[in-house]
Design a protein around this ligand. Structure first.
Ligand code: 15L
Length: 277
């Protein structure tokens, strides 16, 4: 049985994966915070901060493959993204190389390509169009993976994940949803399929409303079991139209412009409470 390291193991996706993969691999789970539950007697938890290289070296030693989920999984402040997603990702890939771990599965994100429009179908060859600092950090991970394949012969599977959930939660997710068992299948292909150099696939179920041409995943043997369409009627009946920019693009609300405070602007006047006329 292969031993795999899952970083960011205490998060939602990490928890789904540990449960689904518990009988297939010996799982070494790592995170800043402890995992709430272990899914097999063989599962081992190691607390680690991947923004420290010494921690990354420690956790990657002696494993057959790495599923690198660790880091921010949504938009966040630049300092946090820089430390967890860029420095953290570099540390894990470089530590893997030094420890002789060849295979990395990197769950990147739909937000690496979130500025493609919803009326477009995109495949694994499109140029990235990140929709956020978070999306940019995922593009960084994809580029770093490409470098480590081309320069060091490492084997990389980049899964641009849509949204992992037991059920799709809204209209946008009808296009990008992936069930826990489908993401587990895709990650297993990423760990086990021989002959991988560098691959990009989309982490979605067999959704009727998909924006992605996921033929590269199918070529590698992916056979998704689920389709978000089974939940469409229920979801669409309660859907309220959202921000028009967000509705246009695949990344949704991540594409909306944030209000940036202008330091030169005079402070806004607030109405004083209880002032006499
Ligand atoms: C992601 O990349 C995030 O990790 C997840 O939390 C969701 O925001 C998802 O994308 C999504 O777009 O629904």
């Amino acid at each position: 049985m292969k031993t795999i390291l899952i970083t960011g193991a205490a998060g939602d996706v990490g928890t789904h994966l540990r449960r689904e993969l518990a009988s297939k691999y010996v799982v070494r789970a790592s995170d800043l915070r402890p995992v709430r539950k272990k899914f097999s007697a063989k599962e081992k938890f190691i607390k680690a901060d991947i923004s420290k290289f010494s921690d990354a070296l420690r956790i990657t030693k002696g494993v057959d493959a790495i599923v690198h989920l660790g880091g921010y999984s949504v938009e966040g402040p630049w300092e946090g993204i820089l430390s967890a997603n860029l420095i953290g990702c570099y540390n894990v890939f470089e530590a893997a190389r030094r420890n002789g771990v060849k295979r990395i599965v990197f769950p990147t994100s739909n937000h690496a390509v979130g500025f493609y429009r919803r009326d477009q179908t995109i495949d694994h060859n499109v140029y990235p169009r990140p929709d956020s600092r978070y999306g940019v950090s995922k593009v960084f991970g994809e580029a770093l993976g490409r470098l480590y394949t081309d320069k060091y012969g490492m084997e990389m599977v980049m899964i641009r994940i849509g949204n992992v959930n037991p059920k799709p939660i809204d209209k946008r997710r009808l296009s990008i949803w992936i069930s826990p068992r489908d993401i587990a299948q895709l990650v297993s292909i990423g760990i086990d399929r021989p002959g991988i150099k560098f691959e990009i696939v989309y982490g979605i179920s067999r959704n009727k409303r998909a924006w992605y041409d996921n033929s590269n995943a199918y070529r590698l043997g992916y056979q998704p079991q689920d389709d978000a369409e089974d939940f469409a009627k229920e979801i669409l009946s309660r859907e309220i139209p959202g921000d028009p920019t967000a509705e246009l693009y695949q990344g949704g609300i991540f594409c909306a412009v944030e209000e940036v405070p202008n330091p030169a602007a005079p402070p806004k006047k607030t109405k004083a409470k209880g002032k006499k006329k």
